[in-house]
Design a protein around this ligand. Sequence first.
Ligand code: GLU
Length: 579
Amino acid sequence: MAAVEAGASGTVSTDTSFFGHPRGLAILFATEMWERFSYYGMRGLLILYLTQHFLFSDERSAVMYGAYTALVYVMTIIGGSLADKYLGQRKAVTFGAILLVMGHGLMAFEGAGSKEWLTYEGQDYQITLDGRGGDALQILVSDSGRSLISFNDGATQMIIAEPAVVGLPATIPTSSYTTRVEKEQLFVNVLYLALALIIAGVGFLKANISTIVGALYGLNDTRRDSGFTIFYMGINLGSLLSTIIVGTIGIKYGWNWGFGLAGIGMLAGLMTFLIFQPWLEGRADPPSAEKLKQKVLGPINVEWACYLTGVGIIVFAMMTVMNAHLVPEWFVGILGIAIFLYLVGYALTKLAGIERDRMLAAIYFILAQIPFWALFEQAGSSLTLLTARLVDRTIFGISVPTPVFQSLNAGFIVIFAPLFAWMWIVLSKRKIEPSAPVKFAFGVFLAGLGFLSLVGGIAASGAGLIAVSFIFLIYWIHTMGELMLSPVGLSAVTKLAPARAVGMSMGAWFLYSGLSNYLAGVIARGTGAETIGGQLTDVVAAKATYVSVYTNVAYVAMGIGVFMLIISPIIKKWMHANE
Ligand code: GLU
């Protein structure tokens, strides 16, 4: 039974049918679980797909991957703002989910893949990969047969395993041949379009679905943080399942099977949302139904103009991903500063009194997440390389593949999120729940502490391999920090931003999350070590670089955490709790 009472952001529910929370949370949980299932499943395969199927260079692939992962979050500010002003969150999420089904579905059309040709003494040979992922083998094909190939240290020579079969010498200097890649342009364009559809889809869905979670609770409903923590568990359940299932199927059976499965997951998300949206009881409806029908140009009304903006995002995103290597780095910094000035300008000119204070607090949270993600997001980059190269990954006699360690984060969230959700409620009943700014300070502090513990592990390893327990430890500490910060931030922003700007503010939250990923890349670059053929040349020097970069970022984050703790009473005041 859903009793409805009046609240500041429309109607709020006192329904407790989903683990003590409104049943609307159940459909948002399930929809976002499937959306993240498709997102993380696809993302897990993407860099390998770019380098192994389309044969893009490592650099080009990394830049494209970076642009894609940043743009998916940057576009949420447009999706969020359009929902605030015209569409309402329900329609925006539905539109986003449809684009996502199309985008993930399109990823399954892979074509035959790019072909690499090697020309040696006037003769052409095809180089192909046998298998996918880390275990793929490089094969040279000649008219007479196939042979495995490899390279010596320093990559000065190609070594042919079965020279007699392919009719070539056993070793060929790398300077004596040339290679060229032939791409199937149609399928490369299909890839760009698919990525652009996903960018626009996440842009319309991600911030808005979080906004709807916020709309389920009254301003002073003590279940809000706990509700967001449960929602966050859905996010990570999707991520955990897909990094294991989509990742394995894509590598074992074929890219299209993996991407296709991600698409089916998203379809399940769309169906869930369409069927069960009455459970939202009108809380995510457009602010004005009349306004939506107003004509803008000829037969096009406001609602269709919003969808056409989505088409504009697709075109823009497609061009940007295609030309990502041409976008200058300073542009990202300028974007961050411009949006910050816009948000502060909005608070100062459009709001007053308590509303203005609360918006300033929301802006504080939006920015305060940056040090956290910049450290946390080392997981996919520098921490993964460290795990691959310097950690003893043997557990119970099995050498665990490096990417599997990344699922530790989602796994820990699924285990610990319910505990946190419960803990927030218990503490708030006793009136000793830490305030959001205090939780944030702990989150940032823990990001630093995680790295400091790893530095301890590196020091303890001497000249040998680092004990794997330190990788478990850093993921665990970081996940505890994430639970203090990420769901709490979502909750705080939905509560603090005025109802008419909450979508835009959630969009800004994700935008800075995207920009922090970029900053994470800059930090990761600082840990880069000398390698030949992907192998470290000097283990001691590499460890020293890790120790120095990780110690520095750890102390900076811990310092920021302490500072945040000190200023937390000011932010708490801006929040005007219980007013
Ligand atoms: N893992 C979270 C999600 O996928 C993090 C998003 C963020 O970077 O803010 O929703």
